[in-house]
Design a protein around this ligand. Structure first.
Ligand SMILES: C[S@@+](CC[C@H](N)C(=O)[O-])C[C@H]1O[C@@H](n2cnc3c(N)ncnc32)[C@H](O)[C@@H]1O
Length: 398
């Protein structure tokens, strides 16, 4: 099935991680590889402007690598009481700095009336010619002039970027899941699906820089992902077989709504024009083939969704940049719920791609068999899937 033979079986591959044999913790709690979400989520106990400012300074470091404009603006917000006040209207579970930046971007992309000076610093708004110099005075002026609209957006909207680039990191994990499922297809369940675009991962083309296009080679969504390090992930030649797919989101994005699509577009960082192009195409695909996304709290909806999956399919729950928005106790409840719902089954899988404190994401793979569970770290990866560093001791080969 995979493009780089010879490969070990999944059992063997997982065995290499756990020292030659599958090892499961016999009871909950599981090892917590995904415990570090603080870089994007504010400490809910510290809602003070000083606490938000410290959070933004730390967060700006990770963001600035990929978006110098946003890195710069986040530092400016961290140092400005009026801008901090605007960002501070975000709900406690939301990344306040990104919401403020998205609100400004949304107003610029909506483009009513003449372009304000700050627009010239945004490559995707200004077109080819981007202003040089310090964007902060123009940004500040725009924020204060449009304070009312920005405050309303920051207070009411969510950072629910639906990033199809993350499918490039999910794909080798789905391949592992599929091989583990042996001759059974996967029943995909996405937690925090937003518009559900990653549920359609097999509608996209993937380029990992090894000269082989994977997925749907003719797809309009073309995702490039650089492989870092020596370990090679299990990249499938054929797409994993999927029996069903469903997403859950507190606030599903209706891809048929122009304003919802514009907010999705505004969540893409201004320098990331390829991401914006892929989003546009993915939204077109989703309008033709709408991925089912149910509205509500995953913790409330997952039990019935999992219980309804027939035994001839293997439930594969996945979440990308979603569980970091859960309160810590809800994250624990999610993991406990999976242990509980897996009890009557021989196999339930969970794939996580969540931000870490290190300024990138971590890809993990969890196996639930009856009431036993095991979790392993598969890879480090870029927030948006631009690179993937498979773990040398993980499934795959060096
Ligand atoms: C940053 S977005 C990521 C969307 C998508 N997974 C991706 O990576 O492109 C996080 C999503 O998680 C959803 N979310 C957060 N908490 C949730 C919960 N308890 N139940 C369901 N969805 C939730 C939010 O509404 C949001 O759409």
């Amino acid at each position: 099935m995979f493009g780089r033979p010879p490969l070990l079986t999944v059992r063997d591959r997982l065995g290499t991680v756990f020292g030659g044999v599958e090892r499961y913790s016999d009871s909950y709690p599981l090892p917590r590889l995904e415990g570090s979400y603080v870089s994007m989520r504010r400490d809910p106990r510290n809602r003070s402007p000083a606490g938000l400012s410290r959070h933004l300074v730390a967060y700006a470091r990770g963001v600035g690598v990929s978006s110098p404009l946003y890195g710069h603006l986040l530092l400016a917000v961290a140092d400005d009481s009026e801008l901090l006040d605007l960002a501070g209207t975000a709900r406690p579970d939301q990344p306040a700095g990104l919401l403020l930046l998205a609100a400004v971007h949304y107003l610029l992309l909506r483009n009513e009336g003449p372009m304000p000076p700050i627009a010239g610093f945004y490559p995707d708004v200004a077109g080819g010619v981007v202003r040089t110099g310090d964007p902060v005075p123009a940004f500040r002026r725009f924020c204060l002039e449009r304070r009312g609209e920005i405050r309303a957006l920051v207070a009411s909207r969510r950072v629910q970027t639906n990033e199809v680039g993350r499918s490039a990191c999910l794909l080798p994990a789905f391949a592992l899941a599929s091989e583990m499922a042996r001759d059974r297809p996967l029943a995909l369940v996405e937690v925090g699906a937003s518009a559900g675009l990653n549920l359609l991962f097999d509608h996209y083309a993937y380029d990992y820089g090894d000269g082989v296009m994977r997925g749907d080679a003719a797809a309009t969504v073309r995702i490039s992902c650089s492989l870092l390090g020596k370990a090679i992930p299990p990249l499938p030649e054929a797409m994993p077989e999927v029996a069903s797919r469903v997403g859950v989101d507190l606030d599903p994005v209706d891809v048929r709504e122009p304003d919802a699509r514009l907010w999705q577009r505004a969540l893409i960082w201004p320098e990331h024009t390829t991401r914006a192009e892929n989003l546009r195409h993915a939204l077109e695909i989703a309008q033709e083939t709408p991925p089912p996304v149910v509205g509500g709290d995953a913790l409330a909806l997952l039990p019935s969704i999992l219980d309804s999956i027939p035994r001839d399919a293997v439930p594969c729950v996945f979440h990308t940049h979603a569980v970091y928005q859960f309160a810590p106790e809800d994250r624990e409840r999610l993991y406990a719920l999976l242990v509980e719902r897996a009890a009557p089954r021989d196999l339930v899988l969970r794939i996580g791609m969540e931000p870490s404190e290190a300024g990138h994401s971590v890809l993990t793979f969890s196996i639930y068999r009856h009431s036993r569970a095991a979790e392993q770290r598969l890879a480090d990866c870029d927030y948006h899937g631009a690179w993937l560093a498979w773990s040398a001791d993980s499934a795959g080969h060096t």
